[in-house]
Design a binder for this molecule. Sequence first.
Ligand code: BEZ
Ligand code: MG
Length: 573
Amino acid sequence: MTGKDRDARVLALYEQVLEIEERLIPTGLHVFGRVDEERARVDMLRMVASFDRPEKGVRALTDLVAEGLGFKDYSALLRARAGDEDALREREEVDALVRRAVELFVQEGTEAAARLLETNARVSAEDTRSTFHLLERVCAELKKNQEMESLLRALRGQYIEPGPGADIVQNPLILPTGRNIHAVNPYMVPSEVATTRAEATAENLLERHLREHGRYPRAMALVLWGLDNIKTEGEGVAQALWLLGVRPLRDSLNRATEIEVIPLEELKRPRIDVVMTVSGIFRDLFGATIVLLDKAVRRVAALDEPVEMNFVRRHVLEQMSADGSFDEAAVRVFSNAPGNYGTNVNFMVMDSQWETAEALGDLFVTRKCFAYGRDSKGRAFEGREARLCMDRALSRVEATYQNIDSFEIGITDVDHYFEYLGGVSKAVEKRAQARPAIYVGDNLSRSSCVRSLEETVQLETRTKTLNPKWYEGMLKHGFRGVAEIESHVTNTFGWSATADAVDDWIYAEVAKTFVLDEAMLERLCQLNPHSARSLVGRLLEAEGRGFWKAEKEMLERLREIFSDLEDQLEGVA
Ligand code: BEZ
Ligand code: MG
């Protein structure tokens, strides 16, 4: 290896460490009715302060500091990648100063923090006033907690003040917590901001696919969640429209009820066919949006364009020549049967109730093959079973995609990401006879980006499951904390089961950290022996199903430990 290669590798490694450091890592569970500790408050405020909010006249501290120090604008520093050592150093300098300013703000208040930035970054107090003003309000709300009081009021059947449902960083107005959450007006979705952000993400995704696979995906399967689209005012919806090459049009009441086709000359790429699986929550909340999405697909399918530039038309024509009507061939929005929710793929995985991985994909389709939209005569077909349509639509899919919907909850924190994105990917694998490329959108950090599923699993493992800051935070919660650690391991396993996306080193490091370290195993067993046993059992299951090539000695040790734990729990030993 030359000195230059080595420098490049070190820099790339350094960049990964920065990526991990940048993420908001929850260091414990939220305890109902209790306010967070100061350190968690600082982390949260730092994230709030890292976003421009033009509608409130609030500038991001990161951007103000970068300007004050005479660097490139902060977004450019974030975009600068391996090799650009200067940009990395400058970005680190900005981040460190912002962190110090926010810490000082929490300890001593606005004036001290503003003075620090004036002295060290030549940012005038005038420029930071509105930002600190926002932080003051958020900080004051974070110190209050009316959750228990509101619960008691609810139980007494009394009035609870309403508030918007969103993510604190995306919309600090959700504070204080403990209010009656309301969603969005579905006719406003997607908002203009969502549309702008979605274009960047979708282009990012297509570029990456083109770079790695040599062409655009002809069809993609997208997962759309309700809560995600509430929080982002419909970024997921806007991404689907952008992939199709259309924009939402607003009527005289400012409702997004119509579609405008973007001409191919402007789009400069083919229209991508999209198969949308929407959650039960999305279906219940966004009826008007489902009609809009279905309308968009039909409009695009009917455009008189060359099929190599319009994959929707290509597939619909193919389907119609084989059999069936336009109405059958153009179905693309699927969800549960009316009144039903979820895929059950998570339960099948957690209970080890499956023989072949195919069963997981088949279960996904069984639960989600109900079509929503309108036919050519405008008649609604709300939730009619359309298994054959879904099988055919998925058989053409080459890439799958879902957005991460919150700063705090990622793809290994809950079982729902693998049940949806994993479930649909496994269903595609059988029907298309090839595993799709699987992407996860992270539009939460400032450097909005699309990662492969494998990259995302690695990042989450490093920032959470294997990070002492995270698991020690969990262990402070005793019984529940151990259950959380076990649940992370099971959710990670879920990505093996549905998408084969977990490297051997992940299982090996989990085993070393939580099981083969005697002191740690002892702590877990003291706090929650059942979860400790499940964790070891899950590692053995990963090996048994061929997801992990474990070293022989390690495997034997795990088997012994598992058997001891079983004996202890059954009172034999
Ligand atoms: C949602 O639609 O927001 C959702 C679906 C499944 C699990 C969690 C959230
Ligand atoms: Mg749940």
